[in-house]
Design a protein around this ligand. Structure first.
Ligand code: FES
Length: 152
């Protein structure tokens, strides 16, 4: 069974056959080997699985793969340009904005959208717009500092 779909991920068309209930998260990780996107809660509560769909932040664990077949999907693997990290990736490194690193891909994808949308006028606003991305190690001050560096 299953449905033949094409997902456009990080600028590349990827053909696959999926059962209609398969999430975008599982399609990315298990079918397309894009394991940078992390599975935390698998129920929309932690943000570890954040990807961009047509530039908007989405929890990939709550999104069915078949629903995004005509969209532009960007994962953490799509942010760097060759050997060049994205500005947000550089800032997270500079600011030590992670400890265990598990939530980091989701944090960086989320921050990338936040900065593009301009929700960075204050640390408070950044914290509010990043509140869907949970960090168990509580690296929040450094995450906010990294985002401020890029937004400034
Ligand atoms: Fe999707 Fe937690 S794994 S929000």
């Amino acid at each position: 069974g299953g449905v033949d779909i094409t997902l456009r991920v990080n600028g590349r068309d990827r053909a696959l056959r999926v059962e209609p209930r398969v999430t975008l998260l599982d399609a990315l990780r298990e079918r397309l080997d894009l394991t940078g996107t992390k599975k935390g809660c698998d129920q929309g509560a932690c943000g570890a699985c954040t990807v961009l769909v047509d530039g908007e932040r989405v929890n990939a664990c709550l999104t069915l793969a078949i629903m995004v077949r005509d969209k532009e999907i960007t994962t953490i693997e799509g942010l760097a340009r060759g050997d060049r990290l994205s500005p947000v990736q550089e800032a997270f490194l500079d600011r030590d904005a992670f400890q265990c690193g598990y939530c980091t891909p989701g944090q960086i994808v989320s921050a990338t959208a936040l900065i593009a949308e301009g929700h960075t006028r204050s640390a408070e606003e950044i914290r509010e717009w990043m509140s869907g991305n949970i960090c168990r190690c509580a690296a929040y001050p450094n995450i906010v500092a990294a985002i401020e560096d890029v937004a400034r």
